[in-house]
Design a protein around this ligand. Sequence first.
Ligand code: PLP
Ligand code: COI
Length: 358
Amino acid sequence: MATFEITKTKKSRLNEINWNDLKFGIYFSDHMFISDYRNGKWDGGRIVPYSAMDVDPAMCTLHYAQSIFEGLKAFRSVKGGANIFRPDMNAKRLNNSARMLCIPEFDENLLIEAMVELVKLDYDFIPKVRGQSLYIRPFIYGTGSFLGVTASETYRLAIITSPVASYYPEGLKPVKILVSTEYVRAVKGGLGMCKAAANYAASLKAGFEAHKKGFSQVLWLDGISRKYIDEVGAMNIMFVIGDELITPSLERGAILPGITRMSVLQLAREWGMKVSEREISIDEVVESYKNGTLKEVFGTGTAAVISPVGLLHYKGMDMVINNNEIGPVAQKFYDTITGLQYGEIEDTRNWILRIEIS
Ligand code: PLP
Ligand code: COI
């Protein structure tokens, strides 16, 4: 077990939080973890009070976006203490993203230990309301100062945490999604399968325009033929057509391999559902809507959890899904995953990292 140098805050931010209106990602807890990469290695890291970080105007990340991140959550368990959901998967994915962006990998165990220490230290920041949690945001960025387009030789990994309510103001109520025909997010060979900051920059204009029209997010089609479904801005997407659960396969290489997606697929297979990871075209979705076999559409993600889609808009056509209500399949996944996260359902799959608080 690593021991970090810990400098505790002199003034807690706990009283600044409006617990009745947490929203998503606007409040931050007292401490953060920092580790720096210099001369070919990461240092052992330290926990310090949450504070602004120095940025040189020529810092390469500001100019060329050599930056990656992760997102996971700690929950207040009904058994006391805290539960983190599948942190090993996030640690692994962070390093997959690192490899794609020429960022040096970070020790996965050390990352998990740092998150555990932070959660222990800032346990009081974990909301007490079911449906809320402490969002953990590890990120790495190049810290070199230069203007040539090249990978940095120095990096910082930081972890901050944020008490959050649901990602969408709608909560578990169905969201409205616009199928983007104008913009694309990623193509095979690009960064689509990484959690790279640049992917989110690429999504902003489409998201902004969708918001103006009253939609929560954009559903991306593949960047080449604009025919096959990729994913939504901050979640993977699933369809229940007839008795089959269908989600786009990861093979095209432009979709983020979501940890919630992976968990839902495992549960579905365990429950004996018919599951397909395959190409699914927007035309197939429209066709199934028209012939009445499209039963449910929902997104999966750490921030989004399980988010039912109540309306899909494509080329002037409004497809109202399941009467704009959450369907039984989405509800069952939501209940099971959140039940595990809050410690109400026994964790038989080793998905939960328990943190005892003394
Ligand atoms: N797709 C994108 C683009 C995302 O940002 C996220 C959120 O992390 C997901 C999918 C879902 O991934 P996960 O379930 O690991 O949170
Ligand atoms: C997450 O679900 O963790 C995300 O990263 C989505 C979004 C907040 C970018």
